[in-house]
Every structure is written in structure tokens, then in C-alpha cells.
Design a binder for this molecule. Sequence first.
Ligand SMILES: Nc1ncnc2c1ncn2[C@@H]1O[C@H](COP(=O)(O)OP(=O)(O)OP(=O)(O)O)[C@@H](O)[C@H]1O
Length: 324
Amino acid sequence: MALIELKNLSKSFQIVKRQEGFWNTVKSLVSREYDTKQALKEINLSIREGELVGYIGPNGAGKSTTIKLLAGILTPTSGSVQVAGRVPYRQRKENARDIGVVFGQRSQLYWDLPMRDTFDLYRKMYKIDDAVFRRNVDFYIELLAMQEFLDRPVRQLSLGQKMRADLAVALLHDPKIVYLDEPTIGLDVIAKSRIRSFIREVNKEKGTTVILTTHDMDDIEQICNRIVLINQGSILYDGALTEFKHTFSPGHLLSVELAGDQPLVLADERLVLLHEEGPRKQILFREDRIPAGEAVTLLTRHNTVVDLQLKEPNIEDIIKEIYK
Ligand SMILES: Nc1ncnc2c1ncn2[C@@H]1O[C@H](COP(=O)(O)OP(=O)(O)OP(=O)(O)O)[C@@H](O)[C@H]1O
């Protein structure tokens, strides 16, 4: 059985409609109106133990929402989520033992404590068995070359040292899954490469399943063997990195400019809006699902198109387009 199993998983948020003006503000205190934002739309995803998955997509795509559902912080609107045979939001505590998390932009360390004491604190918090604790601390100190800064308070550490420390702490309790959000952000080339080989090594030695969110394609290329691309709450691609390059290049990106500021009509679910900037829209499609000629015909039939270019992107172009 898969370690992570998401079936037709949807998540919507209710957002209070904001209206301008004094009376509208007063009115909204009495009866609120809501908009619904669908963050995830019937996604299906199955991850086996030991996989190294790159989970990528533009801002607001639904990545954090997925991770929060895996961690049991959120409950699904519909569909199901299972992690190691459990329903995370029903067994949050037990589930937390199976997950380790690292946010590149937000450290989980205690600023005034040296790492040696931080390890101890986490040992108590997670009630880690003494032998496991000793073995893991030694393993991470060695693998991440942490000896030199173990006794210095965290606030004195460099960004790269802090990241190494954060990784060690997240993995201290031997979680089955580790979720890494931008683990190499802001680091120099050498520090990045050290983190990447560490992640590969942990995966190899301990069989830890890795879900990696990053905007750095080198992270994906060097760490992951599978890539899941999510955009506007739907999974656009799920497969090997080499296949990904093959699927979306060349010529599977349409750049169109519409007349005036009319909204884009896609008219077909095989066409996906990747990015828009004013009247210029970037549309992604897979040629095995819709031929380029048909995509162009559909777009010009439903929109007043001023300019249309069929691009021949490579993977970096697509990613750039996604992250613009
Ligand atoms: N608590 C919430 N209330 C309302 N809307 C939310 C909430 N959390 C997320 N959303 C919306 O759901 C969508 C998906 O957000 P999510 O944070 O999952 O994206 P993301 O892919 O993690 O983006 P980023 O790369 O910027 O972190 C966005 O439109 C976001 O505004």
C-alpha cells in the first residue's frame, strides 16, 4: 500500500467578501457574505515509501494546502487523505510522529540555545528512545559536519549552518516522511550542494520519503526522481523528470495576446492557463492530449486574439513561466 494516498481530494476556503463603505461594513457585521476559494480540486496522488518527490507550482497553486492536509492541520472539503494508513486530521498526534518539516524561510530552532541543548529538548518533546536519539545525533553531526558549531547559540550561526541544524532536528525522531519547503533558499553553491547530498543520503540510508517544494530547478534535478506539478488546485503533471521535459517541450506553450481587457475563455480543460499579465496569457497543454492546431483553433474561436505564438520551451522556460 502507498504511504500517502490522496483520493479526489478537494479543499475550499470561505473568504469573507469585503465591501467598501461605512454602511456595507456595518451590514457585514450583521450578515456576512462569503466567496469560496477552491484551493484543491479533486486531486489524486499516491506516494510510495522512499520516493523523492518534487512538488512544484506557482504561488497560490495549492502546495501548502496539500501539506497541511497531510499534517492533519486541515480537514478536506471532500475526498480522502491517508498517511501511513491513518487519517491525519483524526489522529493528528500519532501522525505528527511520522512527519518532519523544514521551512527554509522560517527556522524552528530556539535562538538562544546551542544545538546540543536543542537536540535534547526535541528528544524530550518527541519522547525519542535513548538509543535512537544517540544514533541519530551522531549520524547527523557527522553527515552535516555540525561538530564545529554545536555549542554556539543558534543566533550566531550562518544561514547554511542553521539550515543543517533545522534538517537534523526535523529528522531526529526518524519520521517516515519529511516535507522540505525551499531547503536551499539563500545558500551559496557549496552549501546548496551539501544540503542536496545530505537529503539523498538520508533517503538512501533510512528510506525516508521526501516531499520537496522549491523554486530551484537544480534542487529538483539533483534530488528528485519524480515531479508533481500543481497549478490552480489541479495536478498538471505527475511523473519522471525526463518525461516532464519531453511532455512539455517543444512547442507546448502558447503565448497569446487578447484584444482589450476581455477575460480569456479557455473552453477546454486540456488547455491550462499558466500565467497572465494584462492581455498576454501563457497557456500550457500536452500534445498527447490536444494537438497544437486544435488548441490554436479553439483559442481563436472563443477569443479575439491579437497575437499568438507557439513557443518551443525547454524545462527552464516552463518553470520560469510558472514562477513569473
Ligand atoms: N486559510 C485560508 N483561507 C482562505 N484562502 C486560503 C487559505 N489558505 C490558502 N488559501 C488560498 O488557497 C489557494 C492555495 O494556497 P496555498 O497556500 O496552498 O498555495 P501554495 O501553492 O502553497 O502557494 P505559495 O507557493 O505561495 O506558498 C490560494 O489561492 C490561497 O489564497
